[in-house]
Design a protein. Structure first.
Ligand SMILES: Nc1ncnc2c1ncn2[C@@H]1O[C@H](COP(=O)(O)OP(=O)(O)OP(=O)(O)O)[C@@H](O)[C@H]1O
Length: 235
């Protein structure tokens, strides 16, 4: 479902974000991306979202080679991938309902489709009673639930979360991770970049650890450790 083939990224100022890396993530997986600050986690996610272009290599998402997509085709990629950020990024002047509805308006859903889908997804994230609230009237966890609702309302097959619990207390972080796990159980491929070592250890999902722009560890649920040679393509 997500394939990186010998992908590297050097930023214009010469900083190496990712060294040549190959990686595959299959449909329905739940994957943690871990690593120290500056190791390259966000670079990896931004490459998958086509926010930045690789210096070398090919990336395909859902059978489309995104490195070949033109800028004006990027909105189609956005339909395949919902995104959640550490700082929620909700629209402050819109209610919970309107924030989620807006994501559907952007992809030209009809009013009927919006009226049907938004309450369902708000129920799924446990926010049915907060639909009329504005973001400033919500707790951090509720704001992140709203952001997750917005990310999944268009039925994207992939959900990418960059430090989704970075601004939340430990109990709320667990609630959010549990929600992401529920969404994964509904068939969505979920990729989460995180620093939360305890959560990663307890949830026992596939973990891809990045260090200095290289994948240094790739451990699957069953404890199977992939061959490092496969991922570290020599320069
Ligand atoms: N726009 C940019 N221009 C130049 N260098 C960058 C840019 N963005 C990131 N980098 C560098 O690329 C490397 C990887 O950064 P990246 O943001 O991917 O790390 P990270 O693992 O997500 O870190 P954090 O956990 O702190 O968010 C770092 O050395 C960083 O300084």
């Amino acid at each position: 479902m997500i394939y990186l083939n010998n992908v590297s990224k050097t930023y214009p100022n010469g900083t190496v974000g990712i060294k040549p890396t190959s990686l595959s993530i299959e449909k329905g997986e739940f994957v943690f991306i871990t690593g120290n600050s500056g190791s390259g986690k966000s670079t990896l996610l931004k490459l998958m979202l086509k926010e930045i272009e690789p210096t070398h290599g090919k990336i395909s998402i859902n059978n489309k080679e995104i490195t070949k997509l033109r800028r004006r085709q990027v909105p189609y990629l956005r339909r395949d991938i919902g995104v959640v950020f550490q700082d929620f990024r909700l629209l402050p002047n819109k209610t919970v309902y309107e924030n989620v509805a807006f994501a559907m308006q952007v992809v030209q859903a009809t009013n009927k489709e919006i009226r049907r889908a938004v309450p369902v997804v708000l129920g799924l994230v446990g926010l049915a009673k907060k639909a009329r609230c504005y973001p400033h009237e919500l707790s951090g966890g509720e704001q992140q639930r709203t952001a997750i609702a917005r990310a999944i309302v268009n039925n994207s097959p992939i959900l990418i979360a960059d430090e989704p619990t970075g601004n939340l207390d430990p109990a709320t972080s667990w609630e959010i991770m549990t929600l992401l796990q529920d969404i994964n159980l509904r068939g969505v491929t979920v990729i989460v970049a995180t620093h939360e070592r305890e959560i990663v250890n307890v949830m026992k999902k596939r973990e891809i650890e990045v260090n200095s722009g290289m994948i240094v560890k790739d451990i699957y649920e069953e404890g199977y450790e992939d061959e490092m040679e496969y991922h570290q393509v020599p320069l």
